[in-house]
Write a protein that binds this ligand. Structure first.
Ligand code: NAP
Length: 307
């Protein structure tokens, strides 16, 4: 059996959905002698303490990282640099610093000049989440069987990378390693553009003059409500994602617009074969996602239908 990964102290900055889920999974796996949380919000810290998510929760990130051999930054992408600057002087020699931000290249570029050479910066992104925010929204099994992508720099310390990979495996994840620019391109199409489409369609529906808002809500089971789940995601987090993954998102949006125009033309010219072929291919993608264990096979996302 592989040796159990263990840390003297893990510090997580940001006690929201992802940070609190990591805390719960660390407790579940007994992965640290001491677990410390930090959040700039006193209300969040009080809630985290009430939920017994860590040995301590403090508002001062610099004090929270003292003595930590693993530091996880779980704040919005736009807050990574200020947190990095705040903790840099307090990092102990050999500490691994990672993050969970949904964008990787900009996070690495903003953090790496701030951190001392004696710390190992290895960015990461667990591809798992929900539309909820805050410490009460987290749960220990969030990362089970989900991918966690690590984007180490070329000169990464091999032992630190191995330790961080083992940490994510102990949280329940499958670990993949890729470059930061490739991560940002892949996530642009699998996550960022789908969120933008959801925000856009829900925004368009709420602005219509000829269909009332109450009709949109009343008949939402026709497909619209599945977009509203994604469009309910945290505004701060998603603003930061689009501002920090500009190039990849614009590239994928260009491709998306071209394909949408082709569909518009197919509808205008009554080209049923083109529509049918595409819808057949997309149905196959859904089947492959289920086969890969990335979603459940229940119809209608497992909603219970009474009567
Ligand atoms: P969240 O639930 O809103 O939690 C973020 C927490 O960080 C909040 O409690 C926030 O406090 C705190 N915070 C913000 N700025 C801070 C600072 N400067 N110092 C200390 N704490 C600070 O968000 P989340 O969903 O956990 O997202 C956190 C990170 O995970 C983001 O980078 C996101 O891109 C990434 N991620 C999210 C998902 C997802 O599905 N949600 C999935 C994978 C990765 P306030 O509320 O007071 O601002």
């Amino acid at each position: 059996m592989a040796e159990q990964i263990h840390f003297d102290q893990i510090t997580i900055i940001g006690a929201g959905l992802i940070g609190s889920s990591i805390a719960r999974a660390v407790q579940r796996g007994q992965l640290a002698d001491r677990l410390v949380l930090a959040d700039e919000s006193i209300e969040v810290c009080t809630e985290a303490q009430r939920l017994k998510l860590a040995d301590a929760c403090m508002t001062d990130a610099a004090s929270a990282v003292e003595g930590a051999d693993l530091v996880v930054l779980a704040v919005p992408v736009g807050a990574m640099a200020s947190v990095g600057a705040a903790i840099a002087p307090s990092l102990k020699a050999g500490a691994i610093v990672t993050d969970v931000g949904s964008v990787k290249e900009s996070v690495f570029k903003s953090l790496s000049p701030l951190l001392p050479a004696h710390a190992h910066l290895i960015p990461g992104h667990p591809v798992a989440g929900t539309e909820r925010s805050g410490p009460a929204a987290g749960f220990a099994s969030l990362f089970d069987s989900r991918w966690c992508i690590l984007t180490p720099p070329d000169d990464v310390d091999a032992a630190a990378l191995e330790r961080l990979s083992a940490f994510w495996t102990a949280l329940g994840s499958k670990v993949e390693i890729m470059t930061a620019p490739h991560h940002d391109l892949v996530l642009a199409i699998t996550s960022h553009v789908p969120h933008l489409i959801a925000y856009n369609i829900v925004g368009t529906a709420s602005d219509l003059e000829t269909v009332t808002r109450s009709e949109v809500i009343k008949y939402s089971a026709g497909g619209f409500r599945d977009f509203t789940r994604i469009a309910a995601s945290d505004p701060t987090m998603w603003r930061d994602v689009f501002l920090n993954n500009k190039d990849a998102v614009l590239e994928m949006l260009g491709r998306f617009s071209e394909d949408l125009t082709a569909l518009q033309r197919a509808i205008r010219w009554g080209d049923g074969d083109q529509l049918f072929d595409l819808f057949t291919r997309t149905r196959d993608i859904r089947r492959r996602i289920i086969d890969a264990g990335q979603d459940e096979a229940e119809p209608d996302f497992g909603r219970t239908h009474k009567g």
